[in-house]
Design a protein around this ligand. Structure first.
Ligand SMILES: Cc1cc2nc3c(=O)[nH]c(=O)nc-3n(C[C@H](O)[C@H](O)[C@H](O)COP(=O)(O)OP(=O)(O)OC[C@H]3O[C@@H](n4cnc5c(N)ncnc54)[C@H](O)[C@@H]3O)c2cc1C
Length: 404
């Protein structure tokens, strides 16, 4: 009887899982008729989420149809609503309201994450985001529509809520992006509001002064120690009572794992990620693996854990897919590891900062050289491989084995 690996999600982790499973199937000389691999997602396309803060986010999508065809990976369009781990099936909703189900022998949950929206009055009505494709495209449309409105302080001001990695990338890209839309001489303001005492709280002390200097150079104002407590059509109110006139708020504070993780009977962290076993299996559900942003996995023996990052998602995905196939083919599963950790943070035109290590983070490259690395990462490294079987399998193998 045909065995079936089902992978939910066509993001970085889902794609690498599918390619890695197909690679092992190929290596073992097993026919796709005997071991079927199916990716379930709304579209056979990878949204390049790390680029959604850039201009023209609508173009940040890579089609996967040809790649799947070249590697004998099936695709099923739909949104998975239920996981029945007892009976080994998933329930899928289609775009026209139709409902179907798929049986699996091994399941890989790679449904990613979404931006966290706290219950701040007005946030859902007036806040924008760049954490998902639709949000980033809506923000872009809104920014372009500003050009049709009369110039005012509120029109020319963008407030970024949250001073973490995403907030900094949005804020440092925004001056140039706004001037291109509103005109080079328009008196624009970009204000980053961070509730904590410092920007880039996860970055540590060594990289922070460089980032702060860059924000000053770009004239991005920072308000620290006071969060946004209310939004309306004319602006935001901060905890300290200050009001900022603005017609554009970009909320960039916090991520949460896909809600599907809540359907698995396993322990989750405060971000909703499943605390997975070393081979990325979901504890208590021997036929299910969780990966990418849905999983929290130990990266080494020093107490570090995977983060919600593309860097971790690709490698986690490659291990999960390999292990799902290995488990069905009678091969031993492999323990995930990812000893190196680097961050390359975009700081607008011609600038970025590249750090290595968890704590402390050592600054390795800055300025135009780091920007070049960032553009290589964003425009080349994280894109899917060409729709060519051997190249695709090599890419998946390297995602699992090559360290930075
Ligand atoms: C603005 C921004 C900047 C970033 N910058 C960086 C960076 O510089 N470096 C870095 O390493 N990381 C960065 N990240 C984080 C990175 O994008 C994520 O960690 C990564 O996308 C996670 O990959 P994933 O495959 O787990 O999930 P995703 O990429 O979120 O993919 C999830 C997939 O699952 C599908 N899906 C979801 N729910 C369902 C369902 N119920 N049924 C079927 N399909 C479903 C989705 O359609 C999608 O195909 C950034 C993220 C953002 C938003």
């Amino acid at each position: 009887m045909t065995q079936h690996i089902v992978i939910i999600g066509a993001g970085f982790a889902g794609l690498m899982a599918a390619l890695s499973a197909a690679r092992l199937r190929d290596e073992k000389g097993v026919s796709p008729k005997d071991l079927k691999i199916t990716v379930v997602a709304p579209e056979p396309a990878l949204v390049v989420r790390p680029r959604l803060y850039e201009r023209n986010p609508a173009s940040m999508v890579a089609r996967l149809d040809e790649l799947f065809a070249a590697t004998d990976i099936d695709f099923h369009a739909g949104h998975v609503d239920t996981i029945d781990s007892e009976n080994g099936t998933i329930g899928i909703g289609g775009s026209e309201g139709q409902v179907s189900s798929l049986r699996y022998d091994r399941l890989v949950v790679a449904t990613g994450s979404h931006g966290f929206q706290p219950p701040i009055p007005g946030l859902s009505d007036f806040g924008h985001n760049v954490t998902d494709f639709e949000g980033a495209v809506a923000l872009d449309r809104h920014l372009h529509a500003l050009a049709e409105r009369p110039s005012s302080v509120a029109r020319n001001t963008v407030v970024v809520g949250g001073g973490g990695f995403t907030g900094i990338e949005v804020a440092t890209e925004m001056p140039q992006r706004l001037r291109e839309i509103l005109g080079q001489d328009t008196p624009i303001r970009v204000i980053m509001v961070e509730r904590g005492p410092v920007i880039a709280p996860d970055m540590g002390n060594e990289p922070r002064p460089y980032i702060e200097a860059r924000l000053r150079e770009l004239d991005v104002q920072t308000v620290l120690g006071s969060g946004i407590v209310r939004l309306d059509g004319s602006g935001v109110t901060l905890e300290n009572g200050e009001q900022i006139e603005t017609e554009t708020v970009v909320w960039s504070a916090g991520m949460r794992a896909s809600p599907l993780t809540a359907q698995l009977p396993a322990e989750r962290d405060n971000l909703g990620r499943i605390l997975v076993a070393p081979d990325l299996r979901v504890p208590g559900s021997p036929r299910i693996f969780a990966t990418g942003d849905t999983a929290k996995a130990a990266t080494d023996n020093d107490g570090n854990f995977s983060l919600m990052s593309c860097q971790h998602a690709r490698r986690l995905g490659a291990f999960a897919g390999h292990n799902a196939a290995a488990d069905l083919l009678g091969e031993p599963t492999l323990a995930y590891d990812q000893p190196s950790y680097v961050v390359c943070l975009d700081l607008g035109a011609d600038d970025a900062i590249f750090t290595r290590g968890w704590s402390p983070r050592t600054v390795e490259i800055t300025g135009a050289e780091a920007k070049k690395v960032k553009m290589d990462i964003n425009a080349v490294w994280i894109y899917p491989p060409a729709a060519e079987r051997e190249a695709a399998f090599r890419n998946a193998f390297e995602a699992r084995t090559v360290d930075f």
